[in-house]
Design a protein around this ligand. Structure first.
Ligand SMILES: *Cc1c(COP(=O)(O)O)cnc(C)c1O
Length: 380
């Protein structure tokens, strides 16, 4: 997992600081928005790039008992760090992986008939009685059993016993648009599925779904992006705490004047005399190239010394990008110092807007070349 990789600080091109306290606060916030339900934590894709093990350990210390990953391998890695928690594997099984899942006490979310058959066969031949979750399709049409398949399971006591489901779950397609009609349709559809399995706890809401409240909540929520500081309901004000700071180190500082241009394609013309800093951060680090080609009103500003703005200029290269530090007092920055590219003046949502993407992609794109610092990991 890239989360465990940390380049020595003196040699690193950028420093990624992850505030574990903020993640815990965000999880508690999500828990308080669904008082009757259990808040799990979605830590798939290495906790959205921020490090599944340190993130999960901090949340576990704060009382989180259930975690969701996407891949079996992610579950096995997490199990080694947290022996006593519940771990759901959202992508379910691949043929022949049932014994691996059971051996690590991982609960697959089964969404297709072959996955159901494989789990039943495994439990029957091994006598393992290993639990699973049933994922049903309420309208997203990505993963999930249909109504007929769910009825077939519910009406067959022997199949139910061999399958041993402990949760029924589904996923909202449009929860980030609270007034989208599909939300209510999915809530109703899920309620219908749940009637087939009256004793099974249910889970429907991810981060944005949790904000729908009421019938969306069910027995367990599955927040991901909200824990990591992404705005669950843009364009509303982001209620979550920022978690990640990315500080890129300066390789060169130079004075410039007209008619110079900056970077590939000579796309940025220097408008007046000033100073530029080129930092060791590029699209190979997840500083998405599209961010450099954004509309002027979405232009990203790095933060210097917590107070000065340094606009990104020119195209982002693979390993480098350039910022205008003309507004930063001359003696503030030297080669080797840092600009916060994710920080006070540029959140992960700002980077997503500039790059025409979503904060999920901004976070999961973050690469392995950083020095990583985890704040407050043991102080909880
Ligand atoms: C990724 C995922 C989540 C978390 O979604 P967020 O929008 O990040 O809160 C929850 N449930 C499932 C099935 C997912 O795939």
């Amino acid at each position: 997992m890239s989360g465990s990789v940390s380049v020595p600080r003196s040699r690193a091109g950028a420093i990624l600081t992850i505030d574990l306290d903020a993640i815990v606060q965000n999880w508690r916030d999500m828990q308080s928005r669904a008082p009757g339900a259990e808040a799990s934590a979605v830590v798939k894709a290495d906790a959205y790039g921020l490090g599944a093990i340190p993130v999960s350990q901090a949340l576990h210390r704060a009382g989180c008992k259930t975690f969701c990953v996407a891949h079996i391998e992610e579950g096995i890695t997490l199990r080694a760090a947290l022996p006593d928690v519940r771990i759901f594997v959202l992508n379910g099984t691949f043929p022949g992986t049932e014994a691996d899942l059971a051996a690590h006490a991982l609960i697959p979310s089964l969404s297709s008939w072959p996955q159901v058959e494989g789990w039943v066969a495994f439990n029957r031949t091994s006598g393992a009685q290993a639990p699973c979750a049933l994922q049903v399709d309420t309208g997203m049409t990505r993963l999930g059993l249909n109504q007929h398949q769910a009825e077939t399971i519910a009406n067959d006591a022997e199949l139910m016993q061999a399958l041993n489901p402990c949760l029924i779950m589904s996923h909202f397609a449009c929860a980030d648009e609270p007034s989208h009609p599909l939300n209510q349709l999915q809530i109703s559809s899920f309620a219908k599925f749940r009637q087939l399995f009256p004793t099974l706890p249910g889970s429907l809401a991810q981060s944005a779904g949790t904000f729908l409240g009421g019938e969306a909540l069910n027995d367990m929520t599955r927040p991901g992006i909200a824990l990591y500081g992404g705005n669950p309901l843009p364009p509303a004000t982001n209620p979550m705490r920022q978690v990640a700071k990315l500080s890129a180190r300066i390789v060169q500082i130079q004075s410039v004047d007209t008619p110079q241009t900056v970077g590939y394609g000579a796309s940025y013309a220097v408008p007046k005399p000033g100073r530029l800093a080129t930092v060791s951060l590029g699209y190979a680090d997840g500083f998405l190239r599209a961010i450099g080609n954004c509309l002027p009103e979405h232009r990203i500003c790095a933060t210097v010394a917590d107070r000065y703005r340094a606009p990104l200029v020119g195209r982002i290269s693979m390993d480098l990008s350039t910022f205008d530090i003309s507004d930063v007092p001359e003696d503030t920055l030297q080669v080797g110092d840092t600009l916060d590219v994710i920080g006070k003046f540029a959140t992960i949502d700002d980077l997503a807007t500039a790059g025409q993407t979503i904060p999920y992609e901004v976070l999961t794109a973050l690469g392995p070349r950083f020095h990583r610092i985890y704040l407050n990991g043991s102080a909880l």
